[in-house]
Design a protein around this ligand. Structure first.
Ligand code: F3S
Length: 285
């Protein structure tokens, strides 16, 4: 059995940076609070919880003086103000690319632009970016929801960091007909694009693809959709134990692709299981 890993795969720069900071803080202080899940991977959150991470769904649940971690997706200024009031120390894991999108959204609104954020309105990163706008704004994820008439002659655009370039191009090409002045900041980060490109290339050289990552991870879900589109022999698992051995039969070249929030240790466990299963069955490697 040959195992081929998508390249790049697993943790992106921003998630790696955030989790490294969080682990450092946990090892020194023991207990760290986080508003919402710090990463869309249940296994990794469980591992961090054993080290002292406490996930709460609202700032009001953070005790006064606690240490608080800000996830890579960032938070809105309102939430940050609430955290600052309560906490003795803030460990800021906000990805620098997300910070750029937040700052661009703020500067556009201070310059008098009506701000359009391209992205998923329910995603925490998008809610956070919108919080940085000091005037009117909308979130759009499809050209059908762009207003017929813009409320201002000046329109500014920023994008959720993980959106597709095609969507940014499609939406801006529609808006350009509806305003006198259009300023677009391309705040897309390459990590998602590179992982999607890698899985398409992987599909060409393997008999089946295992996508590993949290079921609550949007980027893992997208990787799986792409894998399914390219090769029907694609499965999505959260951890190695879920993999059915029957799936491996008849497959000689197996590809692995992991979401940007899948830690290395889950990928290593999967590789170990694959190698172990192969050698028990006398398969060649
Ligand atoms: Fe940052 Fe891009 Fe990852 S925005 S969190 S490096 S997907």
């Amino acid at each position: 059995m040959n195992i081929v890993l998508a390249d790049p795969t697993g943790f992106c720069f921003g998630v790696k940076r955030a989790i490294t900071e969080l682990e450092k803080a946990l090892s020194v202080h023991g207990t760290i609070y986080s508003t919402g899940s710090p990463i869309h991977n249940p296994q990794e959150v469980r591992r961090l919880s054993k080290k002292g991470l406490v996930v709460v769904d609202d700032v009001s649940k953070i005790p006064d003086g606690a240490r608080v971690f800000i996830r890579a997706h960032g938070e809105s200024p309102d939430v940050l103000a609430g955290i600052n009031q309560k906490s003795s120390t803030v460990i800021d894991g906000t990805c620098p690319f997300v910070k750029t999108a937040q700052n661009k959204a703020r500067s556009l609104s201070s310059e008098g632009y009506f701000v359009i954020i391209i992205g998923n309105p329910e995603h925490p990163e998008v809610k956070g970016i919108r919080g940085f706008v000091n005037g009117d704004s909308i979130v759009v994820n499809d050209r059908s929801v762009i207003p017929e008439k813009m409320p201002s002659e000046k329109t500014g655009v920023v994008c959720q960091t993980t959106q597709r370039y095609e969507l940014l191009a499609d939406i801006t090409s529609c808006i350009v007909y509806k305003c006198k002045e259009l300023k677009v900041y391309n705040t897309i980060c390459n990590a998602t694009y590179e992982r999607q490109k890698a899985i398409r290339e992987l599909a060409k050289v393997v008999d089946g693809i295992i996508v590993i990552g949290g079921r609550n991870s949007a980027n893992t879900s997208k990787l799986f959709q792409i894998a399914r589109g390219e090769s029907p022999a694609a499965v999505w698992i959260e951890e190695a134990a879920e993999l059915q051995e029957e799936w491996l039969v008849t497959k000689e070249n197996i590809g692995i692709a992991a979401g940007a929030s899948t830690p290395d240790w889950l990928i290593e466990e999967l590789k170990y299981k694959l190698k172990n299963t192969g050698s028990q069955r006398g398969w060649k490697r």
